[in-house]
Design a binder for this molecule. Structure first.
Ligand code: F6P
Ligand code: MG
Length: 487
């Protein structure tokens, strides 16, 4: 706490904040979903299943129900059980230092991280192996990836075309010219345009988040993910620093730097992970990066976040996409057989990414720090090795809303506060280059031009005179912000 920003942070007691709504409406629904998932798994076990597994599954539903009761009845947050992980101490010490607080009057960021850690210990403390390795949000994550099929098919074809063109062309990214050797300027421009497009695909992949869009339909997901949706959404990117991020990668490549690493601090599994890999594959194919390090979470987190098993699950689904998509529940449309061409394109991606992973160019690097309670302002003191490791990178991309909240300390900054100020110790002279790709799903927003917040608030659904920044809650608007801490 001592390393956090002194700017006041969002709290679950403030009726005008999304924190208030989250604690009262969304979290109980998320715990109910977890209880349903465990019950469904228990009831689908075969009649001769291990009795201990069945009994423990029932016990877990009951401890999850207790958690929900405590939350809904505004009880005190109780210590997290010690499952042997080093961060438990930190959580419990902070709990003590904060009061201990009650659910409806507590710092939003701390309590939401605490919630997912509490849910996770139900499984990490289990006696049976079955429940120890169980991802209570795994089923939801896979189902949503299945529903992303039209966008996956569209992107697989596009990605394959781009990668093949890069490989077949001496001056890689220049496309569709009249056979004349393109000049260096044109190569740079083509590479920049494709980088921006790939990064924007990657940005909008963050719009589908399971913790927020709990009642998303198949059609809703398709609308959010297609290329038309992306074009329509361009005007909703309030700040776009992608050109600056491209500039540093291109300069490193041009200077012939032998190691050019890009890190992606991942957010959600399924479609968002898929588009993160599209960006990673593009960076590696063009040489804008020589290695890409992906940072997943170590425990099931904020419903949809990537854990290492989701990476493996995604590749497995793509290796044999026909049966994967045919398992879809519901109407015929979802189960339509994939064409041979679609299957080939998806397999192309599978082979490309598996090879990059196998050859050590695409690396998965979990760290418990990502599931700590605090903001990233604490990183230099609490996780100095991770901080030093990230300094080795040319660019660290932070995906999604929660990472943005953690970068900015989830504090009530005026919207015009420079991004470089709001990220504190990760800002100027930190040695880190930070790029946030975030669709807005929470109250905190910084780096906006004067008057922009007021202008959007005045729009339909923007919050008007309610005192709430409602426009920033839905994932409709986005910010892409860069800070060069190496300059
Ligand atoms: O605002 C809703 C919310 O669930 C927040 O709790 C959290 O910051 C965010 O969405 C998760 O979104 P993302 O997956 O983009 O981090
Ligand atoms: Mg997430």
């Amino acid at each position: 706490m001592e390393h956090d920003t002194k700017t006041p942070t969002y709290k679950t007691s403030d009726p005008s904040s999304f924190a208030y709504k989250s604690a009262r409406d969304r979290w109980p629904a998320i715990i109910t979903g977890a209880i349903d998932d465990v019950s469904r798994t228990v009831s689908s076990l075969p009649p001769d299943a291990d009795k201990d597994v069945v009994a423990e599954g029932k016990a877990i539903t009951s401890t999850l129900s207790t958690l929900k009761y405590e939350l809904q009845h505004n009880r005190v947050l109780t210590p997290i059980l010690d499952d042997g992980q080093p961060d438990v101490k930190g959580y419990n010490a902070e709990l003590e230092a904060r009061g201990p607080p009650k659910w409806h009057d507590v710092q939003w960021l701390f309590s939401e991280c605490y919630l997912y850690s509490r849910i996770a210990t139900n499984f990490s403390m289990a006696k049976t192996k079955f429940w120890q390795g169980y991802d209570v949000f795994g089923r939801q994550k896979m189902d949503t990836f299945r529903s992303s099929r039209p966008a996956v098919v569209e992107l697989a074809s596009k990605y394959r075309g781009i990668i093949e063109q890069i490989r077949n062309s001496k001056s890689h990214t220049v496309v569709e010219t009249d056979n004349a050797e393109p000049g260096a300027k044109e190569v740079e421009e083509a590479e920049r345009l494709l980088f921006v497009e790939m990064a924007e695909i990657c940005l909008w992949g963050n719009a589908t988040d399971l913790s927020l869009l709990t009642s998303l339909t198949y059609e809703d997901i398709q609308k959010l993910q297609g290329s038309n949706a992306r074009k329509e959404s361009e005007k909703n990117v309030l700040v776009n620093d992608l050109g600056r991020a491209f500039g540093v990668l291109y300069a490193a490549q041009k200077a012939g730097q032998s190691s050019r690493r890009v890190d992606i601090v991942l957010d959600n599994a399924g479609f968002e992970l898929f588009v993160d890999l599209v960006l990673a594959g593009y960076l590696l194919a063009t040489g804008l990066a020589t290695e890409v390090v992906l940072h997943p979470k170590s425990i099931p987190w904020f419903v949809s976040d990537v854990v290492p098993g989701d990476f493996a699950g995604l590749l497995e689904a793509m290796q044999d996409p026909k049966p994967f998509y045919q398992q879809s529940e519901g109407d015929e449309k979802k189960r339509e057989v994939l064409s041979d061409e679609d299957v080939e394109n998806i397999r192309f991606l599978f082979e490309d990414w598996s090879q990059l992973h196998g050859e050590g160019q695409l690396i998965l690097r979990p760290n418990r720090f990502w599931t700590h309670a605090g903001s990233f302002w604490r990183m230099p003191n609490v996780a100095p090795e991770l901080f030093d490791d990230l300094k080795e990178s040319e660019l660290v991309v932070f995906k999604g809303d929660l990472n943005y909240r953690k970068l900015t300390g989830d504090a009530e900054w005026p919207a015009t506060t420079p991004f470089t100020t709001a990220i504190g110790p990760l800002g100027p002279s930190s040695g880190l280059r930070v790029l946030a790709l975030r669709t807005c799903k929470a109250d905190v927003v910084v780096g906006l031009p004067e008057g922009k917040d007021e202008e959007i608030r005045a729009m339909e659904g923007g919050g008007r005179n309610s005192g709430s920044r409602k426009w920033a809650w839905s994932g409709k608007w986005a910010v892409v912000q860069f800070c060069d801490g190496k300059a």
